[in-house]
Structure formats: structure tokens, C-alpha cells
Design a protein around this ligand. Structure first.
Ligand code: AP5
Ligand code: MG
Length: 214
């Protein structure tokens, strides 16, 4: 099965994807995480990506498409992908369908996490990510445990685009582009809207029920 999970910045796409991956033996394909890995390589492509991300805008459709095709074309991930943060506009939604059919695959379920801008601000400002294991925390809602084998405070990192100003621009970018994506998946009856403002484990249960209903 292949899933799409989308929603505004801070909606909980990454948090929920990590649970689903473990429970259903899927692979989380987060275009945001892949782009951040490209930045770390310090290539000229990485510096172009960094400047776009830190302005809260979308990287080009070509860059994003090249990233996802590497995974869609790889048999190891065949029919076990969660697309976290792709597609983000109409062209990407159409491209994803094309790429999946090129490799004899399809999308089985599309999850949209809905969260208001007020909630998003606190989620983004409070977020940190463990640089060792990738776990996502939040100083207000979901702090890192005190007794831990891994996620010590010195390993917790902030993202460079997690400032209030950039978060608001990211939200505006999302709002500007997402309507045709929502319509696209509504038309194919794949879309399920999930309230992203309830507690993390409640959302996980709701998503699990939707997956089991496929
Ligand atoms: P990306 O990394 O995907 O960022 P985003 O879309 O802005 O989403 P986030 O990762 O910020 O939020 P999330 O929904 O994963 O929330 P999380 O689970 O961490 O993309 C970054 C950039 O890359 C984009 O801006 C763009 O420039 C570029 N890009 C990426 N994909 C692209 C594409 N396809 N095309 C072009 N450009 C692309 O949770 C957030 C916080 O909330 C955490 O602290 C968490 O602990 C907390 N939290 C989560 N759920 C709950 C809950 N239910 N209750 C309380 N707290 C919660
Ligand atoms: Mg994320």
C-alpha cells in the first residue's frame, strides 16, 4: 500500500508517519527531510534548496520529482511508501500519479491533517528533532523524556526554517497551493480529512482505523 499524508507546516505529518512506518512496515518518504539531507552535503544544489526553504517557498517541481522518483523506482520500497509532504501543488499531484503508474503502483489512501494557524505557531516554535534517531519533540506538547538512551538535550536540534516569520510564510505557501491537491484527491475518493488538533495517540488510532479499512 502507498499513502499520502499532507497538511500545513507543523500539522503532524512527520510525527504520524513515524508511527505508521513502524506499525505497517512502510517507508517514510519525506521530501522535506530529503531536501535537508541535500543541504548538509554542501553542494550548489544544496545551497539553492537552503535559500528556498529559508524563505518558506517551495523548491522547483523538478527537484522534488527527481527525489521521489528514486524511491518509487526502487523495488525495495515498492507499494510501501508514505509520501510525507508530496504533493504540494496540482502539478505535483498529477506527476505523482504518472510516476506511480510508470512503476505499476498507485495510491491507496490520502490523509489530510487539518490544523489552524494558531496551533501551528506553537508547534513550530516548540519543535526540536533528535539528531541521532530523528524523533520529533515539542517543548510545550511532547517534551523529550528525561530518562532516555538517546535523545539528550545536546542532540536536540532546531530547524533553520522554524522561526515564527518563516512558519507564517510556509503556511501561506501551503494555503496558496493546496486547494487543487485537495480537490484532486476528493475526486478520486481517496481523501480522508483527519482533525490534527487532537492528541498525538488519538490521531494515530484514527489513522490506523482508516488504514485497516482500505
Ligand atoms: P517539510 O519538512 O515537509 O516541512 P512542512 O511541510 O512545513 O512540515 P513540518 O515538517 O514543519 O511539519 P509536520 O507536519 O511534519 O509536523 P511534525 O510532525 O514535525 O518541508 C520543508 C520545506 O521543504 C518546505 O517548506 C519546502 O520549502 C520544501 N519542500 C518539501 N517538500 C516539498 C515539495 N513536495 N515541493 C517543493 N518544496 C518542498 O510536528 C510539528 C510539531 O508539533 C512537533 O514538535 C510535534 O511534536 C508536535 N505535534 C505533532 N502532532 C501533535 C499533536 N497532535 N498535538 C500536539 N503536538 C503535536
Ligand atoms: Mg515534517
Amino acid at each position: 500500500m502507498n499513502l499520502v499524508i499532507f497538511g500545513p507546516p507543523g500539522a503532524g505529518k512527520g510525527t504520524q508517519s513515524k508511527f505508521i512506518v513502524n506499525k505497517y512496515n512502510l517507508y517514510q518518504l519525506s521530501t522535506g527531510e530529503l531536501l535537508r539531507k541535500e543541504i548538509i552535503k554542501k553542494t550548489s544544489l544544496g545551497s539553492e534548496i537552503s535559500s528556498t526553504i529559508n524563505r518558506g517557498k517551495l523548491v522547483s517541481d523538478k527537484i522534488a520529482s527527481d527525489l521521489i522518483e528514486k524511491f518509487i523506482s526502487n523495488n525495495e520500497y515498492k507499494n510501501r511508501l508514505i509520501f510525507d509532504g508530496y504533493p504540494r501543488n496540482e502539478a505535483q499531484a498529477e506527476n505523482l500519479n504518472k510516476l506511480l503508474s510508470k512503476y505499476n503502483q498507485k495510491i491507496n489512501l490520502v490523509l489530510k491533517l487539518s490544523v489552524s494557524l494558531d496551533v501551528i505557531k506553537k508547534r513550530i516554535i516548540g519543535r526540536s528533532v533528535c539528531s541521532i534517531c530523528g524523533k520529533i519533540y515539542n517543548e510545550f506538547f511532547n517534551p523529550a523524556p528525561k530518562n532516555t538512551d538517546c535523545c539528550f538535550s545536546r542532540f536536540l536540534q532546531k530547524r533553520s526554517d522554524d522561526t515564527l516569520d518563516i512558519a507564517i510564510t510556509r503556511y501561506q505557501t501551503y494555503e496558496k497551493n493546496i486547494k487543487p491537491v485537495t480537490d484532486f484527491y476528493e475526486d478520486t475518493n481517496l481523501l480522508k480529512v483527519v482533525n490534527g488538533e487532537t492528541p498525538i495517540d488519538q490521531i494515530t488510532k484514527e489513522i490506523s482505523a482508516l488504514i485497516e479499512g482500505i
